[in-house]
Ligand binder design. Structure first.
Ligand code: GLN
Length: 390
């Protein structure tokens, strides 16, 4: 077993004993799930999928489909069109609350049922089958394999989905949904019934982590901006009325579903997913959350703790026949530019004024405009023979 898989296995074994919570009972097919199933997977920048436990067990994606359908609609329609119909505020209410914005009828956000049904209602397509196949196509690209709908779960959900139908009727009365109610709702039930494994979810999470590029297939699935928008909404709304405390404790954008899946995203680092069907009172997997929390803690993934890499670009000083070359790589943001300039000042102080210092920025993975302006400006002032290659 490789060392990272051993870490994952250790976390899984620690958390296995926790049998609190219960499977979702309002969808009969979900109530029948084996409550002891437990799995956990991680996907990093090179697309290596590491997973432990029941990692090949399939379950329906449920609400974890919501961020990916949001990504689909954002890519097709753009942010302002989407925000006309769905808000971006945490609701502080359960996922299935019958609650819409006063006056406009807009649901609070695309992660609760009302908002997700409104989002699904915006998917193009002539009928349920056509719309579902577009959704399946997008989710499959995120997962890197062809996904399928579980017909039994779909029927089970459709036959007991009156609350969701009621929400759709209400939203249609406000003009939030243009499509006939059945078209929006049945498509939504089918999207929730897409089968995945924890490995699929980890790959889907990693595609969001790497700016919309699936690290396993190398396919660009959505634009970087779409991935960023989806992650922003997951950060504030992904865990329903536990989203605030989740952000506090774990510090990662995440999304849960009532079948027991949870995924979380450490931007630029990896995607992680866990599966365990017993849920807490918010409808979030008890052990799934514990796994992601343990991992975040042990790997220092909380977004809001200091991460040195953003402020410390790699600065290599190389002596070449043409003089000194300073090679920059990594990300150049405000704090990084400040550090590079400090290093350059030290170097300029000990370099004869007729010697050349070459600053080579061609290897920078990412350079932000303000940092570049600051760097260019100060470089000129610093040393008469500093040259900057970008
Ligand atoms: N299909 C479920 C529903 O609409 C999804 C809810 C969830 O996963 N939280 O109720």
């Amino acid at each position: 077993m490789d060392p990272i898989t051993a870490v994952l296995q250790g976390v899984l074994d620690e958390i296995r004993q926790d049998d609190r919570g219960a499977t979702a009972s309002y969808i009969p097919e979900l109530a029948a799930a084996d409550p002891d199933r437990l799995a956990f997977g991680v996907v990093g920048p090179r697309g290596r999928v590491l997973s432990v436990g029941d990692d090949h067990a399939e379950f329906t994606i449920q609400s974890i489909s919501k961020p990916f359908v949001l990504a689909h609609v954002l890519a097709e329609r753009g942010l302002s069109d989407v925000l006309d119909r769905v808000g971006a505020e945490p609701s502080g209410e359960p996922f299935n609350a019958i609650s819409l914005e006063e006056g406009s009828g807009r649901p609070a956000n695309p992660m609760v049922n009302a908002g997700a049904i409104a989002t699904t209602g915006m998917v193009a397509g002539s009928d349920v089958e056509d719309r579902t196949s577009r959704i399946v196509e997008t989710l499959s690209a995120f997962a890197g394999r062809r996904l399928l709908v579980d017909e039994d779960v779909y029927r089970s959900e459709s036959s007991t989905g009156d609350r969701n139908r009621a929400l759709a009727h209400l939203m249609r009365s406000y003009g939030i949904i243009d499509a006939p109610v059945d078209l929006a709702v049945e498509t939504y039930f089918r999207q929730c019934s897409i089968l995945v494994t924890v490995r699929d979810l980890a790959i889907m999470a990693s595609t969001l982590a790497f700016g919309g590029v699936n690290p396993v297939t190398d396919e660009r699935v959505v634009d970087e901006r779409v991935a960023r928008d989806v992650l922003s909404i997951m950060s504030s709304c992904g865990m329903y009325d536990f989203s605030g405390e989740w952000m506090l404790r774990v510090g990662l954008p995440a999304k849960s579903g009532v079948s027991g899946g949870v995924l979380a995203v450490a931007p630029s680092q990896f995607g992680v997913a866990a599966f365990s069907p017993r849920l807490d009172e918010h409808g979030n997997s008890v052990r799934g959350q514990a796994i992601v929390e343990a991992l975040s803690d042990r790997m220092g993934m909380h977004l809001l703790e200091p991460h040195e890499s953003i402020s410390q670009p790699v600065v290599d000083v190389v002596e070449s026949p043409d003089g000194r070359v300073i090679r920059l790589s990594g990300e150049l943001g405000y704090a990084a530019a400040e550090r590079v300039l400090a290093a350059l000042r030290d170097l300029a102080a000990v370099t004869p004024s007729d010697a050349v210092i070459l600053v080579d920025g061609r290897e920078l993975a990412r350079a932000h405009p303000v940092a570049m302006v600051a760097l260019r400006g100060e470089l000129e002032a610093l040393h008469s023979a500093v040259r900057f290659v970008e």
